[in-house]
Design a protein around this ligand. Structure first.
Ligand code: ADP
Ligand code: MG
Length: 288
């Protein structure tokens, strides 16, 4: 039988916006030694602002944003949303055909008869299109039109105010390793990791490689120690499923993530991970 105190723990957590899907996860949470965060939407707001638009010869600055926004009109990725917000106008469905999204890369679409590619270095490489190597402060979205490099758009995300607190609280609780996984560039990842004082990060990961990265971190966790992964579920539901305790940020998260997760955090505050561990420890001390 399940000790009564556990019901108090699950209920107490729920009142604080942390939905724990069963008392066994509270038990596991008491033994957490490694906490792995997804970057976009978890540690950062996932609301990017366009900060620069740089056209290449033969292209106008004024045409780059509409082209990109139209090509991105069917994507639900935060990068796409930010480009559409900067454009500001609505896109007619008839303007876009043959839309294709390539997870962890970007998109391809036919916009008013022109073949548009919008995405990161990896995508342009895959398409065999030479592009600028950018040393910029932010995430770069390269644009190519009919096989020609057209320029790039720089977008910048912001770190959540709560993220630094999340990391410092975990350290206070004796969590020995805090790590960030991201599909974004090394430059962006390094800056976020440095500002948040994370122990480590792994960048330029394809969505399918995040599971492997988590497994490596789990293998390195001291025996008996458990690992949490927390993400928003855009591309990372399989990672949430693989962790000892998989957490989804419910405020921004996808349905798949909420379904898969062992713990759903109802706000967008990553420090709720530390709070969940604290509640679990208190619950156990009452039960034992
Ligand atoms: P994260 O790991 O930070 O959550 P993702 O794996 O979802 O990021 O995406 C990784 C990278 O792939 C993004 O940083 C971006 O460069 C690129 N990307 C993904 N989707 C799109 C899109 N719709 N348009 C342009 N670029 C995209
Ligand atoms: Mg993500």
């Amino acid at each position: 039988s399940i000790p009564l105190g556990y019901f108090g723990g699950v209920g107490g957590a729920a009142r604080r916006g942390i939905l724990v899907k069963g008392s066994t996860f509270l038990d596991t949470l008491t033994a957490v030694r490694t906490v792995v965060f997804d970057k976009t939407g978890t540690l950062t707001k996932g609301v990017f602002k366009v900060t620069r638009i740089v056209p290449k010869t033969g292209f106008e600055q004024a045409e780059l944003l509409p082209l990109a926004a139209k090509a991105e009109s069917l994507s639900n990725h935060p990068v796409a949303q930010s480009i559409r917000d900067a454009y500001g106008s609505t896109v007619e469905p008839s303007e876009v055909h043959d839309y294709e999204e390539i997870a962890g890369h970007g998109i391809r679409a036919n916009v008013q008869g022109r073949q548009v590619v919008a995405g990161n270095d990896r995508l342009l490489h895959r398409e065999g299109i030479a592009h600028d190597e950018c040393q910029v402060d932010g995430t770069v979205v390269h644009i190519a039109v009919d096989g020609r490099y057209a320029g790039y758009i720089v977008i910048s995300d912001e770190i959540k105010e709560d993220a630094a607190r999340a990391v410092s609280q975990l350290k206070k609780l004796g969590v020995s390793k805090t790590v960030m996984l991201t599909g974004d560039s090394r430059a962006v990842a390094e800056e976020v990791a440095r500002r948040l004082d994370l122990d480590d990060y792994v960048a330029e990961l394809l969505p399918e490689h995040k599971v492997e990265a988590l497994e490596k971190l789990m293998a390195k966790t001291a025996s008996g120690g458990k690992a949490v992964f927390i993400g928003d579920g855009i591309n990372d539901a399989p990672v949430i499923a693989r962790a000892d305790v998989g957490m989804a940020m419910g405020a921004l998260g996808s349905d798949a993530a909420i379904e898969t997760a062992d713990v759903v955090i109802m706000t967008d505050a990553p420090s709720k991970v530390a709070e969940a561990i604290e509640i679990a420890r208190k619950t156990r001390s009452i039960v034992l």
